[in-house]
Design a protein around this ligand. Structure first.
Ligand SMILES: NC(=O)c1ccc[n+]([C@@H]2O[C@H](COP(=O)([O-])OP(=O)(O)OC[C@H]3O[C@@H](n4cnc5c(N)ncnc54)[C@H](OP(=O)(O)O)[C@@H]3O)[C@@H](O)[C@H]2O)c1
Length: 221
């Protein structure tokens, strides 16, 4: 099986990367930066491909995808995403609106489009979703709507014969995304600050392990 994973430099994506690189799979990591140890992995881990790409730039994404040879049985883990700007729509620069939509919605659609053009026997998509895709949160207009829109897009694809969609809400994790949330301004901010101060955030390593055990391990062949 070939695994395509986005956003591997930190957070949940890094934790999933660290598990998958030990599994003897053809692992393609798409990220806008890589850690020095990931560049060393390239020479030590067989079948690992690091592709540096800014997924919020659709032309760059299309270009990067054209270099990938997709296999017959592909698992695409859609992880890379951004929540900021957390702001009233009038205060968001136009280019930031485009940037979030490109990363959270357009990039995964382009990746799936390119995989399916290679006519695989099976494509499984693990979409790292969020409770916010079904919840109206003030100042989170771009994040809530792009995550909700992508979920609907994938649910439609799920009707296609050889595409299997799994949405996973990882819960609230101790990552940079939460740090950004805690520095923002919206009604329920104190809830997120309390989760951090009461040590209620999940570790991305623990979440990645659960995702691997429950949804990935059994599919690896
Ligand atoms: N954290 C939570 O509490 C939480 C809750 C529910 C759902 N989720 C979901 O979980 C997933 C992972 O979140 P996380 O908390 O691990 O986020 P994170 O710590 O912010 O990491 C996001 C990853 O995506 C990469 N990325 C961002 N912009 C990119 C771009 N333009 N091109 C390529 N890669 C890019 C980041 O790279 P850089 O290092 O270069 O920024 C990073 O590797 C997301 O889909 C998120 O919606 C998170």
């Amino acid at each position: 099986m070939q695994v395509i994973l986005t956003g591997t430099s930190q957070g949940l994506g890094l934790a999933l990367y660290n598990i998958l690189k030990t599994q003897n799979v053809n692992l393609v990591a798409l990220s806008r930066r890589f850690l020095p140890e990931q560049y060393s992995d390239e020479s030590n881990v067989e079948n690992l491909h690091l592709i540096k790409v800014d997924l919020s730039d659709s032309s760059e994404t299309i270009n990067a995808l054209s270099d990938i040879h997709f296999e017959d049985n592909v698992l695409f883990i859609n992880n890379a995403s951004k929540i900021n700007p957390i702001e009233k729509i009038a205060n968001i620069p136009a280019e930031d609106i485009i940037n979030v939509i490109d990363l959270n919605f357009i990039a995964p659609a382009l990746i799936i489009n390119q995989i399916m053009k290679s006519r695989p026997r099976l494509l499984t998509v693990i979409n790292i979703s969020t409770g916010a895709d079904n919840k109206v949160i003030d100042n989170w207009s771009l994040y809530c709507s792009t995550k909700a829109g992508l979920k609907m897009f994938l649910n439609v694809l799920d009707l296609e014969n050889n595409i299997n969609i799994i949405h996973i809400d990882p819960g609230v994790m101790d990552t940079n995304m939460q740090a950004i949330i805690r520095k923002s301004n919206f009604k329920d901010l104190s809830y997120f600050k309390q989760l951090k101060s009461n040590c209620k955030l999940k570790s991305p390593d623990e979440v990645a392990y659960d995702i691997f055990e429950s949804y990935i391990k059994g599919r690896l062949i």
